[in-house]
Ligand binder design. Structure first.
Ligand SMILES: *[C@@H]1O[C@H](CO)[C@@H](O)[C@H](O)[C@H]1NC(C)=O
Ligand SMILES: *[C@@H]1O[C@H](CO)[C@@H](O)[C@H](O)[C@H]1NC(C)=O
Ligand SMILES: *[C@@H]1O[C@H](CO)[C@@H](O)[C@H](O)[C@H]1NC(C)=O
Ligand SMILES: *[C@@H]1O[C@H](CO)[C@@H](O)[C@H](O)[C@H]1NC(C)=O
Length: 380
């Protein structure tokens, strides 16, 4: 490429390497990059720290753009916060029993056996690994591509947190007319390694319309089974039929209904397995089948989620953090059950549950892909 006074710096970088460093000088990891759909129906902000979604503006029933994700106005607070707010989590999301796995996987890996790996024991008093230790959501990524409607981030994970080999991972965020946000994650590994990724997005669709909690949000999830877990949130290996339980969202139910039905109900932090559907399935990528919906009568906003992932974690959270100014902060906090995390993911800790036959080991011959599409609309 010929150097020209008018050539933007990032285009010069883009021509130099497979993974150009678009932003080395122009973007700090905590700077917000905003993308917007041409029709003005959706605007999303991201930062390179954690490849994090910092804000997500969609239209409510009054036609006003409102931010439907919690977070901080001062992005440096993400660096010290432990709630994984809206970040891209890897190399292995959710828990790993005793922070131990083997390749090939085995039911009870011997701690000092061959091809056994240990990840940080950062959860439940050292009983397991959560979100890889210091995972991808707590690391700085690099902007490698940018347009008015799309931004792409890159990380090179060089055997971090005890995992084997190097993983190059990119995440691309794009917005489209009619309220669409797509997230696409692609990873390549230098040697055999587990990869299981999620995007840890918390939602409250009516924070700017006066809601303090999400208990009246209606959720629908097309899943008839959930993964049973023990007291450390580690899978027992059993799958449980959700029929007649608080986890049966198939016909749609309010997130708060279970607390009214059962005074001892503690809340949601569970992985459900999506049912396979007869229509719209594709071999790869996102099908036309909606997997999960979340809606609020107060704002009139409905979120439809399509994903190529087999499972979803539902985590009803009380963040207890100062709100963004648009949400009434910083005096006011995101309080009790103020938000729900909806995480598209693989079967949790399948690397210690061989009986499930989930192949989560990736290699130079087997790249990893994760695709999710959020579509926002006004229902009433
Ligand atoms: C953001 O937070 C950091 C860390 O607490 C603080 O040092 C900085 O002054 C804050 N920035 C603003 C603009 O408030
Ligand atoms: C858990 O892993 C540690 C090594 O990180 C090992 O010393 C210990 O024996 C393991 N516990 C079990 C029950 O396998
Ligand atoms: C990421 O970048 C921020 C801002 O420059 C810095 O404070 C932080 O230490 C970096 N984090 C890591 C894990 O390198
Ligand atoms: C990761 O990217 C680097 C830099 O482009 C490249 O040299 C390396 O081969 C890549 N590794 C994998 C596993 O894709």
């Amino acid at each position: 490429m010929r150097f020209s006074f008018y050539t933007p710096a990032y285009l010069l970088f883009a021509s130099l390497a497979a993974f150009p460093v678009l932003s080395a000088t122009s973007f700090s990891p905590l700077d917000i990059t905003t993308i917007a759909a041409p029709d003005g129906s959706i605007k999303a902000g991201f930062m390179a720290f954690g490849a994090t979604l910092t804000k997500l503006l969609v239209k409510n029933k009054h036609g006003k753009l409102v931010d439907v994700v919690p977070g901080f106005d001062n992005t440096s607070h993400w660096v010290t916060d432990g709630n994984h707010i809206n970040g891209c989590i890897g190399r292995y999301a959710n828990r790993i029993k005793n922070g131990t796995f083997s390749i090939p996987i085995t039911k009870y890996p011997q701690p000092d056996g061959p091809n056994v790996y240990h990840t940080p024991l950062n959860d439940h008093n050292g009983e397991d690994t959560l979100h890889s230790g210091v995972g991808w959501d707590l690391r700085n990524w690099t902007v490698v591509d940018l347009s008015a409607t799309s931004v792409k981030y890159l990380r090179i994970d060089d055997a971090e947190n005890g995992f084997p080999g190097i993983v190059n991972v990119t995440v691309t965020y794009s917005v489209e007319d009619r309220g669409v946000l797509s997230m696409s994650i692609h990873a390549t590994a230098s040697e055999k390694t587990p990869i299981m990724v999620t995007h840890h997005d918390y939602f409250n669709l009516c924070l700017q319309d006066g809601c303090d909690d999400v208990l009246e949000h209606k959720m629908q999830i097309f899943a008839s089974r959930r993964i049973e877990v023990d007291g450390d949130a580690i899978p027992t290996g059993n799958l449980v039929d959700v029929s007649g339980t608080p986890y049966d969202f198939r016909a749609g139910r309010a997130l708060g209904a279970a607390f009214e039905e059962d005074r001892d109900f503690l809340g949601y932090d569970n992985a459900l397995i999506y049912d396979k559907s007869e229509t719209g399935e594709k071999k790869s990528g996102v099908s036309n089948v909606v997997r999960t919906t979340l809606s609020s009568d107060v704002s009139g906003i409905q979120l439809d989620i399509r994903s190529d992932q087999p499972a979803v974690q539902v985590y009803l959270a009380s963040l207890n953090l100062p709100r963004k100014e648009v949400h009434g902060g910083p005096e006011k906090k995101y309080g009790d059950r103020s938000t729900v995390a909806i995480e598209q993911e693989g079967w949790i800790d399948a690397i210690n549950t061989p009986e499930w036959n989930q192949n989560q080991i990736y290699s130079p011959e087997r790249p990893f892909n994760w695709n999710t599409v959020y579509t926002f609309s006004v229902v009433r």
